[in-house]
Design a protein around this ligand. Structure first.
Ligand code: 5HY
Length: 242
């Protein structure tokens, strides 16, 4: 199967790191095509950047070649998720939605540990949108900039570990969800140190996508995920009209 893995920011190093994490868990027959938008911010840490990144996701789904059998949006804000699901009948999985659901199978309450504190609200909004707010006992920022994760040394890993330990204690939670695609390479180390399930949305999303494709399940085109109605488009976005 052709898996389109979209890193919605424009950091080539992060796209490569995310692709490596995806290929590490992908089944033998899964071809991971890792892409990033042709425009936008090198990291996503604000509402404005999230909006531009959503357009970048729409661009990459529209321009995808080969035609994907499934799509993974590898940013913890799940930017452009609904737009992507309109643009293709392939299953589209956001890493936040995937991680929240996986965690809910493994404990009665989980905690999220993410990058900038200002992005915690994005995760909280998604929890409500997905109806999983009752399963999340807390969302915690470390104020580690997303791009610092690309050179994650011991000091940075220790900061995330300490934040996770504090969250497990204060939230009385049973598992940790990593709140950034850039944390995927740290998952195994943190899991070994913490001794609780540590969930990386990139790897969960890849396996979920493979499962849906294996079951022959595709995004519904009945109702609001039907293709957008044809109309005139202008400006730089015209090629995305579909
Ligand atoms: C991410 N930003 O997964 C989010 C994390 C965040 O560029 N990739 C980003 O802080 O929201």
């Amino acid at each position: 199967m052709n898996l389109l893995l979209i890193n919605p920011n424009t950091s080539t190093a992060m796209t490569q790191a995310i692709a490596e994490a995806a290929r590490a868990v992908a089944a033998p027959g899964t071809r991971v095509h890792a892409v990033q938008p042709s425009f936008g911010p090198e990291s996503i840490e604000s509402h404005f950047e999230e909006t531009i990144a959503a357009a970048g996701v729409a661009e990459q789904v529209r321009l995808a070649n080969p035609r994907p059998d499934a799509v993974v949006i590898a940013c913890f804000g799940d930017p452009g998720l609904d737009a992507a699901r309109e643009a293709t009948d392939a299953p589209v999985i956001g890493i936040a939605e995937a991680a929240f659901h996986a965690a809910s199978f493994l404990c009665t309450g989980f905690s999220v540990v993410t990058t900038m504190t200002r992005t915690c609200i994005t995760a909280e909004h998604l929890l409500h949108r997905y109806g999983l707010e009752r399963r999340c006992r807390g969302v915690h920022g470390t104020d580690i900039p997303v791009l610092e994760l690309e050179q994650a040394g011991e000091a940075l890993v220790a900061r995330i570990e300490a934040a996770a330990r504090a969250a497990l204690a204060s939230d009385r939670s049973g598992a940790i969800v990593l709140g950034c695609a850039g944390m995927a390479p740290l998952c195994a180390t943190l899991s070994a140190r913490l001794g609780v399930p540590v969930i990386d949305g990139v790897s969960v999303a890849v396996k979920l996508a493979e499962s849906l494709v294996a079951l022959g399940l595709r995004t519904s085109k009945h109702g609001d995920y039907a293709p957008p109605p044809p109309k005139a488009w202008t400006g730089w976005a015209k090629p995305l009209a579909g």
